[in-house]
Design a protein around this ligand. Structure first.
Ligand SMILES: C[S@@+](CC[C@H](N)C(=O)[O-])C[C@H]1O[C@@H](n2cnc3c(N)ncnc32)[C@H](O)[C@@H]1O
Length: 285
């Protein structure tokens, strides 16, 4: 076992994969079907080697990883905000930076829950359901709806909901907020925001993710622009919209809000742990 681990680590490291140690652990524990925690104690004490089918599977996984496929797609799993989520090539792999969006949204949902019976929260571009399900895991008495244009992404979101027993979360196929009848108390979104012209220069692994989850048009703000226009119509009085964007898009995003949303009480940004502006917040009067 130790021998297989060393060889897997070396192959990943020699290929320039930065987290080669962890990734080798994850691939090997996936092959033998144990959690990473159990795997570590097992592998260090174990004399046994992999069975032949296990060794074949490991080789297959390693080849896929070395060809640029993200680890999360190979093992079919990604942890997000403490939730173990299924992911596949139909959905964006949830990112750690998106946890800021969840935190910000939870603050506003808590404030709305204190004042309203059952506020409505819509996660626009829900993908694997990561944000909607993380919100549901920490909220009671709110109606949470995740929408996405991709049917295949929604299938993953529904499976995640069912596995996590988050029965109350609704998922619907929808182009932005087109089919959502307001008023909505909190809109939360991690929309596609990569400028089309930079898609080709993204890391090979990111280019394996669905284009529909990445491509934000010329300046990366096409989806945000539509969201701002629709949010003005859809948000309830006192409602809030929280959107993840790139730090260098924030000024343009604020101009979009000023241009397209006439009736706004406040616009602000929230910094992530690295001190970068990652979430834009728009509050209605
Ligand atoms: C950046 S991904 C975010 C996925 C997930 N919320 C997360 O944070 O991991 C953007 C999502 O928006 C969806 N999307 C793209 N265009 C859309 C549209 N016009 N209406 C609704 N969803 C859309 C994509 O399918 C994708 O799932």
């Amino acid at each position: 076992m130790r021998h297989s681990l060393d060889r897997t680590r070396t192959a990943l490291r020699d290929h320039g994969i930065s987290e080669w140690q962890i990734e080798a652990d994850v691939l090997l524990s996936h092959v033998i079907g144990v959690s990473r925690a159990n795997f570590i104690s097992l592998v260090y004490g174990a004399e046994d080697s992999l069975t032949r089918p296990q060794a074949t599977r490991l080789k297959g996984y390693l080849d896929r990883r070395l060809s640029g496929e993200p680890l999360a797609y190979i093992v079919g799993r990604r942890e997000f905000y403490g939730l173990d989520l299924e992911v596949n090539e139909s959905v964006l792999i949830p990112r750690q930076e998106t946890e800021l969006l969840v935190e910000v949204a939870l603050e506003y949902i808590a404030a709305r829950v204190r004042r309203l019976d059952r506020p409505t929260v819509v996660d626009v571009g829900t993908g694997s359901g990561a944000v909607a399900l993380a919100l549901a895991a920490h909220t009671q008495n709110a109606r949470i709806v995740g929408v996405d244009i991709s049917r295949n992404a929604l299938d993953v979101a529904v499976r995640n909901r069912d596995r996590l027993s988050a029965e109350g979360v609704e998922f619907a196929q929808c182009d932005m907020l087109d089919a959502i009848a307001g008023p909505v108390d909190v809109i939360v979104s991690n929309p596609p925001y990569i400028p089309t012209g930079t898609l080709a220069s993204l890391a090979m692994e990111v280019r394996r993710e669905p284009v529909v989850a990445l491509d934000g048009g010329n300046d990366g703000l096409d989806h945000f622009r539509r969201l701002a226009i629709q949010a003005e119509e859809t948000l309830a009085p006192g409602g809030v919209m929280a959107v993840e964007l790139m730090p260098d898009q924030m000024n343009d995003a604020m101009s979009i809000v000023r241009r397209h949303m006439c009736n706004v009480e406040a616009v602000s940004t929230r910094l992530d742990l690295m001190g970068n502006m990652r979430a834009l917040l728009v509050k209605m009067p």
